[in-house]
Design a protein around this ligand. Structure first.
Ligand SMILES: Cc1ncc(COP(=O)(O)O)c(C=O)c1O
Length: 376
């Protein structure tokens, strides 16, 4: 449904809903409006369970171990609001953390007196082992919770989550994984990662309508975790509490099976593999065509999913936030390219491209040429 004539290279921000999924959600909205009480009150559980059954089978989660939420941010907030921290505790994450999650962690720390700390990921990232060592090496005796991304937003880096979780578990430190980008982008078996908590989106790379996400918790941690909105089913068990979080728009959840079926019909795992191959290629094209741009992860693609980012020359780092935003507007309005320029720190601005089945190689060559022209 994307507007024609635009090179849309930002599937990563909010996804893009296929027409069949849009229509399935529209149909659910019609059914809800035709019989609000029948659908919301009496059929809700059955419909949520049907969606969960498919999501769980696909991503390696038992239905009792996860609940549907509206977005990954909400899943992260549910965990952070549920846990109790005290002065002397520390919440640790990396400098690649998504800003909304950073803010939620800071809020939790401000309320509890715990300390907030970010470890800087060494750039460029040389290998999964190097990244894991840097993160695990930053864990201290005070660390109560480590929050890591499965796939980072600004740098499009796939973190070695299993390795990090193993090392942290051995030290008695719980890990919350922000998997906002992971479902549909990387092979995923949530339970086998072994983290304490995993929050993931279905509305980015799983083609679900916006508002479809989940929070998984390891069985030994579930008793303490509640939805961000506590409601009727408080005290009735982890998954049950998530089945009612106040009256809300349910059509996105009900359309999830159609979204998963869309991917299956398109080729299942082949979709992910195709997108990954294109991302590895696009990563190389951007690094080669943009003078002064630097790759930030290994060129073999071992730390990429279906997005890739390159560090732009210092000219970009010197721009103000307003200038960066206006450049993005110029890219869209004048050049008909939708692509994000992301600031990681004062010295680092990144160009991130997403690769989805509707994209073509020519679009990445074009974005490289246009951005090179902007630099001139
Ligand atoms: C790494 C990461 N975490 C969390 C989010 C938040 O996702 P949502 O807005 O769906 O909660 C995003 C969104 O881009 C993200 O990239």
């Amino acid at each position: 449904m994307l507007e024609p004539g635009v090179d849309f290279l930002n599937h990563g921000s909010f996804g893009a809903v296929p027409r069949v999924v849009f229509e399935a959600q529209t149909e659910w909205r019609r059914r809800i409006e035709a019989a609000p009480v029948e659908v919301i009150a009496r059929r809700r559980l059955e419909l949520i369970d049907a969606a969960k059954e498919q999501v769980g089978r696909w991503l390696g989660m038992k239905p009792d171990d996860f609940g549907l939420v509206t977005n990954a941010t909400e899943g992260v907030n549910a965990v952070l609001h549920s846990l109790r921290f005290s002065p002397g505790d520390e919440l640790l994450t990396t400098n690649h953390v998504y800003n909304a999650v950073r803010q939620a962690m800071k809020f939790t720390c401000a309320r509890s007196g715990a300390a907030y700390r970010e470890v800087a990921v060494p750039m460029p990232v040389r290998s999964p082992a190097d990244l894991a060592d840097a993160v695990v090496g930053a864990v201290s005796d005070r660390t109560r919770l480590l929050v890591i991304d499965h796939v980072t937003s600004p740098t499009a880096t796939v973190f070695p989550v299993e390795r990090i979780v193993r090392a942290c578990t051995a030290r008695g430190v719980d890990v919350l994984i922000d998997g906002a980008h992971a479902p549909g982008m990387v092979p995923l078996d949530v339970e086998s990662i072994g983290a304490a908590y995993y929050s993931g989106n279905l509305h980015k790379w799983a083609f679900a309508p916006r508002g479809a996400a989940f929070l998984w918790a390891r069985p030994d941690r579930q008793a303490a975790i509640h939805p961000a909105v506590v409601s009727h089913h408080y005290g009735e068990g982890f998954a049950s509490e998530f089945s009612w979080q106040g009256t809300r728009e349910l059509s996105a959840w009900f359309a999830v099976p159609t979204a998963l079926e869309f991917t299956r019909q398109l080729g299942g795992d082949a979709v992910r593999e195709h997108n990954h191959a294109m991302a590895v290629w696009a990563h190389r094209v951007l690094a080669e065509r943009l003078d002064g741009a630097e790759a930030i992860v290994p060129p073999d693609g071992s730390m990429l999913g279906s997005m890739a980012a390159v560090k732009l020359p210092q000219t970009y780092a010197a721009l103000s936030e307003a200038q960066l935003l206006s450049l993005q507007q110029v890219l869209y309005t004048r050049h008909r390219i939708e692509v994000p320029l992301m600031r990681l720190d004062p010295n680092t601005v990144l160009l991130r491209v997403s690769c989805q089945v509707y994209n073509t190689p020519r679009q990445y060559e074009r974005v490289a040429d246009v951005v090179r022209g902007l630099l001139d």
